[in-house]
Design a protein around this ligand. Structure first.
Ligand code: DGT
Ligand code: MG
Ligand code: MG
Ligand code: MG
Ligand code: MG
Length: 287
């Protein structure tokens, strides 16, 4: 059957390998979450159970795919960063995007009960689309992550102000507004205006809001022994010169590196990844 008359149809398939030496970001995003969050009565503007579930799913995905070096999530989206040298699925875009987004979707549904006990998850079940984006330089990859984190902050400030205006505050004689009126009132306002509205009308100091809402969630591997980690990172990932970078890892080295990653603890933190501090403290993440 090997050479059947039908086999020519294979030629219609496209080879979609992503260009080498580029950082790959697989961004997944919940399908129709505006509707889904309403149907499941998510708290407004932020539901802790929902974000904890997103993070739990992301942790499992990071554990499953050792090529993922860091992930960043907010709202109904997560960005998974695969190392520039990643060879998983021969870097085929559709394989990477679908494998990661389906793994995430399954985790999200399977862990639903743990975060929404007694709340029925019914059809249409939540699913996440996925896309691959390439970034040729670490600098640009960092700008990408900064863009998502800045987006998180801007949206959170807006949503926090908006939902407080809709709710109103009797203590300051602030009457509840309709969503349309609140939207109109916020049109064209700057961050400073929203901070002031929150402070004066709602007695909320935005800076004191939980970091999880302002910064989103960063998922990465923490190695028990930092010393060992740095040594291992230098030995297996970090090339000492250009020559070393071009030399591919041996199979044994790759296996050892994979095991080391599988043993590492995967953590979620709500920290700034725009400034240099985080990257200086964790230099091996993008090494
Ligand atoms: P899409 O992605 O094109 O299929 O459409 P959506 O509806 O998923 O839109 P998107 O991804 O731009 O926006 C995410 C929606 O999810 C947005 O309407 C707010 C909602 N959402 C996410 N997290 C929370 C939450 O914690 N609480 C509430 N109430 N809503 C949330
Ligand atoms: Mg969307
Ligand atoms: Mg969505
Ligand atoms: Mg979204
Ligand atoms: Mg197969």
């Amino acid at each position: 059957m090997a050479n059947s008359e039908f086999e020519y149809v294979r030629k219609f398939e496209e080879w979609d390998a992503l260009a080498p030496s580029n950082w790959i970001v697989v961004r997944i995003d919940g399908r129709g979450f505006s509707k889904f969050s309403k149907r499941q009565n998510f708290a407004k503007p932020n539901d802790r159970r929902a974000i904890d579930l997103m993070n739990a799913a992301a942790i499992e995905v990071v554990k499953q795919f050792t090529d993922i070096v860091i992930a960043y999530g907010q709202s109904d989206e997560y960005s998974f960063v695969l190392h520039e040298d990643c060879q998983l699925f021969e870097r085929r875009a559709a394989k990477l995007a679908t494998s990661i987004s389906t793994a995430f979707s399954v985790e999200y549904c399977m862990q639903w009960d743990a975060y929404f006990p007694g709340q029925v998850l019914d059809r249409p079940y939540p699913t996440f689309d996925g896309r691959c984006v390439l970034y040729p330089k670490k600098r640009i990859l960092r700008d990408y992550l900064s863009w998502r984190q800045a987006d998180c902050h801007v949206n959170n400030l807006y949503n926090t102000t908006f939902w407080n205006m809709v709710k109103g505050n009797p203590a300051t004689h602030t009457s509840p507004m309709t969503p349309t009126d609140a939207e109109l009132a916020l049109k064209g306002t700057f961050s400073a205006d929203k901070n002031e509205i929150l402070f004066k009308r709602f007695n909320i100091n935005y800076n004191a809001e939980d970091e999880i809402w302002k910064k989103g969630s960063v998922v990465y591997r923490k190695f028990e022994d930092k010393q060992t980690d740095t040594t291992a990172a230098q030995q297996f990932i970090k090339p000492t010169d250009d020559q070393a970078r071009k030399k591919p890892q041996s199979r044994t080295q790759m296996e050892k590196e994979k095991k080391r990653k599988q043993k590492a603890r995967v953590v979620v933190e709500h920290v700034d990844i725009i400034k240099d501090k985080f990257w200086l403290e964790n230099p091996w993440i993008l090494d």
